[in-house]
Design a protein around this ligand. Structure first.
Ligand SMILES: [Zn+2]
Length: 265
């Protein structure tokens, strides 16, 4: 009898401790789980588990906020308006001839709708301590034709120019109808004391000032070095009126006029 009691008591103790062990392990599992859930941000684990996360791994983990900031919306404009007229080898403007007026007291002319903006731009340059000089502004179709034919003749001399000579000339002088100067909105601005159209001979500080400040007067750099593969030209002195809204957008996004016009097709 005694032995039986002892055995029963022993079995009871065993069962009780077994139950206690199960209950204890369950609750500690739950606690551990609760702890995991309380730290949903895996940031701590990443720094412990992976060696110093690079910027790429950050993008993988969390792509949305690391995206490049979206550039401003393109201006809400009518691309067929006169300010955006595009003259280049693929867009010949024929004999387009705007109404032009003299720029200040020079022998150079500009579209009458944009001449005030140009004068403001020149005055701002003077106020900044520079001495701007209008090298060339409006160039009518006939003048462009004269220059172009002259260049072809020069290349073929002493023979008459053939198609090859005209093609070669087109790389040096824009054929009539394809020059930005014919729009009446393009202008070559140089320094009064460094007036040759050779970038290495020019006042680069002044050219930088013009590029940095042109947009607020409605002008863009028409042939930026960065876009020579598109425009065919690299002229740090050639500015083009397009209006303030388009100019701010184009300069901010380092575009050329060709790219800007393309965005509205
Ligand atoms: Zn020019």
């Amino acid at each position: 009898m005694k032995t039986r009691h002892i055995l029963m008591a022993f079995a009871f103790i065993l069962l009780t401790s077994f139950l206690l062990i199960i209950i204890f392990s369950r609750s500690s599992e739950e606690r551990a789980l609760a702890q995991d859930n309380a730290v949903p941000d895996a940031g701590l684990n990443i720094t412990v588990d992976t060696p110093a996360p690079s910027s790429e791994s950050v993008i993988d983990v969390n792509p949305a906020p690391t995206k490049k900031p979206i550039a401003d919306e393109k201006p809400d404009i009518d691309i067929s308006s006169w300010e955006y007229i595009l003259a280049n080898s693929e867009h010949n403007i024929g004999k387009y001839a705007p109404t032009v007026v003299a720029i200040e007291d020079t022998a150079q002319f500009f579209d009458e709708r944009a001449v005030d903006a140009l004068v403001d731009f020149l005055n701002a340059a003077r106020a900044a301590g520079y001495t701007p000089y209008i090298n060339t502004a409006y160039r009518p179709y006939s003048t462009q034709e004269y220059y172009y034919n002259g260049k072809a003749s020069q290349l073929s001399w002493p023979d008459y120019p053939d198609a090859e000579d005209y093609a070669a000339a087109a790389l040096l002088v824009a054929p009539p109808g394809t020059s930005d100067h014919q729009t009446g909105l393009g202008v070559d601005i140089t320094d009064k004391y460094y007036s040759s159209l050779d970038a290495s001979q020019m006042n680069s500080e002044f050219l930088d000032w013009l590029a940095d400040n042109c947009a607020q007067y409605g002008f863009i750099l028409r042939y930026p070095s960065l876009r020579k593969t598109i425009t065919g030209w690299d002229e740090p002195w050639h500015f083009r009126y397009v209006g303030v809204e388009a100019a701010e957008y184009i300069m901010k996004n380092n575009l050329c006029l060709e790219q800007f016009v393309e965005m509205y097709k």
